[in-house]
Design a protein around this ligand. Structure first.
Ligand code: FE2
Ligand code: FE2
Length: 369
């Protein structure tokens, strides 16, 4: 393998690990496997070169003087996270052990900004000018919660695809981990809701949107005093509410301009397609299936699919509807710009009692205002 290919593999492993450690426990195979691989490669390269240096500057990662342009969101996030901790360059000695490497990754990826750094034996990092003496960084730069969510977005991408495409190999367990992460982050970070409201314009709309809706539903359920297990189920249901969109062609999902008749029909099938897929999974709760099916049935029963039953919609469906429309309006889409907070809240208020359940809407407006 040429040096460039090995470095590329090192970079890919780093990106993957940064995403994984913010969502999974250290013992999870998604952390253990890439960590073992990265450690082996770093050790081999540090031995070969005497010392391996990796720079994180602007839109480039430079490994032993070979530049890699940040062409993916994952690499851009890696650079951002490093820089947020004041790290522009890392030097790795040949004595690097897996434990020290893991400690470093956890520190950069998800430790709070003021976490102590500890001692380093085979690692030195800092700004390009003062390597080894990391310059103290403004703690406000270390946006802990969005980093956790960035990681969750990437894992969620896989979860949604695997659930939609293959009902036998579902990633629902990973979805549960994500909800637990969201709940933990909400407990530890009181500004999480405020921050998620500003976390927009990601590359993969359905994924980011699902995570945003999950955070907003978990926050509503927490505020309403749901017990922990119910908050968890509500979060999972919200996370999976648009799973049926994975089965709608991308050209329709991202079309600029209005959908034609046939396209609208295909789009309006996503709740029933998603619910059918979730039914096959036989989860230990029906809630994801119910919420997926009901999330576009409006409070006054307009919307889709046309339901015949007259029973009230599930409370989590009602909560998801508000969060769903809120997030959709706040986010930029190819066919319209994002709306500001005031305009968005105005549109939600107009739907009070028709599109949205008044009680849940009022609670939501209180929460985000
Ligand atoms: Fe939807
Ligand atoms: Fe949605």
């Amino acid at each position: 393998m040429k040096a460039r290919d090995v470095f590329q593999a090192i970079l890919s492993d780093m990106v993957q690990l940064f995403q994984a450690v913010s969502v999974y426990p250290e013992s999870h195979q998604y952390v253990r496997e890439p960590l073992a691989r990265l450690h082996r490669r770093l050790q081999e390269e540090a031995r070969r070169l005497g010392k391996l240096s990796i720079g994180f500057l602007g839109d480039q990662v430079v490994i032993d003087q070979i530049p890699f342009l940040a062409t993916t969101t994952g690499v851009r996030r890696l650079i951002r996270k490093m820089n947020a901790r004041g790290i522009e360059k890392v030097e790795i000695g040949e004595g690097i052990d897996a434990e020290e490497l893991k400690r470093f990754l956890l520190l950069v990826s998800c430790a709070p900004p003021d976490a102590p750094e500890g001692e380093w034996r085979s690692l030195a990092f800092g700004r390009i000018t003062g390597l080894g003496e990391a310059v103290p960084v403004d703690p406000t730069l270390g946006d802990f919660a969005p980093q956790v969510l960035d990681g969750a977005v990437n894992v969620l991408k896989e979860v949604l695809r695997s659930v939609a495409v293959d009902s036998r190999r579902s990633g629902v367990g990973d979805g549960r981990d994500i909800v637990a992460t969201v709940m933990k982050a909400l407990r530890e970070e009181e500004f999480l809701v405020d921050r998620i409201l500003r976390l927009q314009a990601h590359d993969d709309y359905t994924v980011t949107h699902s995570l945003n809706v999950c955070v907003l539903v978990v926050a509503q359920a927490t505020q309403l005093g749901f017990p922990n297990a119910a908050i968890h189920d509500a979060g999972l249901a919200a996370l999976l509410h648009d799973i049926g969109k994975e089965l709608v062609p991308g050209e329709i999902l991202n079309k600029r301009g209005k959908l034609n008749g046939e396209e609208s029909v295909r789009m309006s099938l996503h709740p029933s397609l998603g619910a059918a897929q979730l039914k096959k999974l036989a989860l230990d709760t029906d809630l994801p299936m119910i919420v997926c099916y009901e999330h576009h049935v409006r409070y006054n029963r307009s919307g889709y699919p046309k339901v015949r039953y007259t029973d009230a919609l599930h409370p989590v469906s009602l909560m998801t509807q508000v969060a769903d429309v809120y997030d959709a309006l706040r986010t930029y889409r190819p066919y319209r710009p994002s709306l500001d907070q005031e305009t968005t809240l105005g549109i939600l208020r107009e739907g009070r009692g028709t599109e949205f359940d008044p009680v849940f809407l009022d609670r939501f407006l209180q929460m985000v205002s």
